[in-house]
Design a protein around this ligand. Structure first.
Ligand code: FMN
Length: 189
């Protein structure tokens, strides 16, 4: 069974990311065809990138890097949950990506984003970076995103409109297709 690592990519105290991640966890709980591990980037406790050697060598000095490396290496596919910060994605997420290299290679990645415009610019920026790591960014329509102005109420609850759950399931279907195809391709290397 394909293993999917779902990464919550913001760590701000009071972040909206937790609500989005909780909603998505319920979506993944409805599936029995893939295995999901939900990771909060805050729990990784990665300092600003400080490994002495290039991640391309895979020779890590610090235990936090070794732990993160194993998690990513064990996964067949990813879903990144990201907000939009200044038309990009959070620095903490770039930091976690940059720590590793081969562990990401030839694996697919889907996105759930949020922001004033559903965070789509963060996803576009992520795609540019993840392609350098030879990942395969998954694109589905409608995109799975939340508008933080109209889809969070005055109590701070996430308002999940009709169509959001099917869009997320569609993204997971596509992720599964790529995950299976790329697992076979990787096994031939
Ligand atoms: C530093 C910062 C910059 C932001 N810049 C943007 C932006 O460029 N576009 C946007 O749609 N939202 C922007 N926002 C709003 C965030 O998308 C929104 O606050 C979101 O909830 C942040 O994710 P988090 O709550 O998980 O930290 C920004 C928020 C922060 C904190």
């Amino acid at each position: 069974m394909q293993k999917v690592l779902v990464l919550l990519g913001s760590n701000r105290p009071g972040r909206n990311g937790e609500k989005v991640a909780r909603w998505f966890k319920d979506i993944t709980n409805q599936r029995t065809d893939m295995e999901f591990e939900h990771v909060d980037i805050d729990d990784l406790q990665l300092p600003m990138y400080n490994e002495p050697r290039s991640p391309m060598e895979g020779n890590y000095q610090y235990d936090y890097t070794k732990r993160w490396s194993k998690k990513v290496a064990d996964a067949d596919a990813f879903v990144f949950i990201t907000p939009e910060y200044n038309h990009g994605y959070p620095a903490v997420l770039k930091n976690a990506i940059d720590y590793l290299n081969h562990e990401w290679k030839h694996k697919p990645v889907g996105f759930i984003s949020y922001g004033v415009n559903q965070g789509v610019r963060a996803v576009e920026q992520l795609c540019q970076v993840l392609r350098v790591l030879k990942m395969v960014p998954i694109s589905t329509l409608p995109h799975v995103g939340f508008n933080i102005i109209t889809e969070i109420d005055s109590q701070g609850n996430l308002l999940v409109h009709e169509g959001k759950a099917p869009a997320a399931q569609n993204m997971l279907d596509e992720l599964k297709w790529w995950s299976e195809a790329l697992s076979i391709a990787r096994s031939k290397n």
